[in-house]
Design a protein around this ligand. Structure first.
Ligand SMILES: Cc1ncc(COP(=O)(O)O)c(C=O)c1O
Length: 387
């Protein structure tokens, strides 16, 4: 009776739920390899930690500009302009409490009740819930493994109505690890112009790329007035707990996001902003090399196991098709957990019949995980073939 129906109907993130169950099992003394996490297992680089410490020692412990310190907003715009030949300035930037708050505040700034927002499935866990919290309507467009997890243009066109406000895209993608080719982004861009839509481009994994060249939406000058780009320090510099992200957008939208932030959270915590300022100077290529090694190791192992998947080109996830094993993805994850390996069911990303396995874990854990998977699949194939 006291609760908001809008919020009561939401579920807690399924990724967190599985992680908690794996932790519970671990606490009973069982060895569990957890490949559920969406965060790098690598330490935040020391220069970043030192920058935060120095900032605190020199008194940088008070409120700042609610949009973020000017030096950081300037440095972010310079960094993005150089990286993607864009032309943003500090007024196009707001520093947020992680990429998550950037997406939430961006949606809050644009959604009127009943507005439809298009998302592509498999989709990151929070888009749907955030849209619902804000009285928008999430419209899920499926993408298929056979098409490399790229949505079909005709499906996207069919999903657009006169209530559509925006399309959210996410490349490199969580959970599939795919990177959208420029040709696909051209399609999204022209549809957004033709139908007068905004694009929210979630690029939080844009530093973690293993093969292809990457196209950021920032490079499409023709949609600058309808584009909100979200990024974060969480994955790129292994700073998930520092909670620093940002949005780049037309000033008019940044002004709305700043209003929301000023009345809700105020600025991102001050030492973290100084840490982020330093992070932009820190070479993170060692992380990319490390993750690439792990991705390549798992690729060979999964091929040997005859598993079906699209090879990830970015981020740190494998999205594996488990439909041949005669179990729902949730049952599959439950049984696999009994063998000592925790992964996330595809339904957490609105796509049944898959599991997401994160390779943001140590090499030893990945070796152990492949052994567990091998014995589980052997038993499972055996049972399944007998029935
Ligand atoms: C696709 C995607 N977007 C946004 C985020 C939010 O990242 P953070 O709020 O930690 O910066 C995540 C984190 O898992 C993610 O996977």
């Amino acid at each position: 009776m006291f609760l908001s129906g809008r919020i009561a109907s939401l579920e807690l993130s399924k990724t967190m739920e599985l992680n908690s169950r794996a932790l519970e099992l671990q606490n009973t003394g069982k060895r569990v390899v957890r490949l559920t996490a969406g965060e790098p297992d690598i330490r935040t680089p020391d220069p970043i930690i030192e920058a935060a410490y120095l900032a605190m020692k020199s008194g940088k412990t008070k409120y700042t500009d609610n949009r973020g310190i000017l030096e950081l907003r300037k440095k972010i715009s310079k960094y993005v302009n150089e990286k993607y030949q864009a032309n943003y300035n500090e007024n196009n930037v707001i520093v947020t409490n992680g990429g998550k708050q950037a997406i939430f505040n961006a949606l809050f700034s644009i959604i009127n009740p009943g507005d439809e927002i298009i998302i592509f499935d498999p989709s990151w866990v929070s888009y749907d819930s955030q849209i619902r919290m804000l009285e928008g309507v999430p419209v899920h467009v499926k993408s298929y493994e056979e098409n490399g997890f790229l949505p079909l243009e005709e499906d996207l066109e069919k999903a657009i109505t006169n209530k559509t406000k925006a399309i959210i895209i996410n490349s490199p993608n969580n959970p599939t690890g795919i990177v959208y080719p420029k040709e696909f982004l051209d399609v999204v861009t022209s549809l957004s112009i033709k139908n007068n839509l905004l694009i929210i481009s979630d690029e939080v994994y844009d530093c973690l790329l293993y093969d292809n060249t990457y196209t950021s939406m920032c490079t499409f000058q023709e949609i600058k007035n309808r584009l909100i780009v979200v990024n974060s320090f969480s994955k790129a510099w292994s700073m998930t707990g520092w909670r620093v992200g940002y949005a780049l957008a037309p000033e008019e939208i940044i002004d709305q996001m700043a209003k929301i932030q000023s009345h809700s959270t105020s600025n991102v915590n001050t030492p973290s902003q100084y840490a982020a300022l330093k992070a932009l100077e820190v070479d993170n290529s060692f992380m990319v090399e490390e993750f690439k090694k792990r991705r390549d190791f798992l690729f060979e192992e999964f091929k040997k196991l005859n598993l079906k998947f699209v090879k990830p080109q970015g981020a740190f996830y494998y999205f594996i098709n488990i439909s041949e094993f005669g179990l729902s993805d949730i049952e599959f994850c439950d049984r696999l957990l009994e063998y000592g390996l925790a992964v996330v069911p595809g339904s957490a990303f609105y796509t049944d019949g898959y599991i997401r396995l994160s390779f943001a874990a140590s090499f030893n854990e990945l070796v152990e995980a492949t052994k567990i998977l091998k014995s589980f699949l052997k038993d499972r194939r055996h049972v399944f073939n007998e029935n």
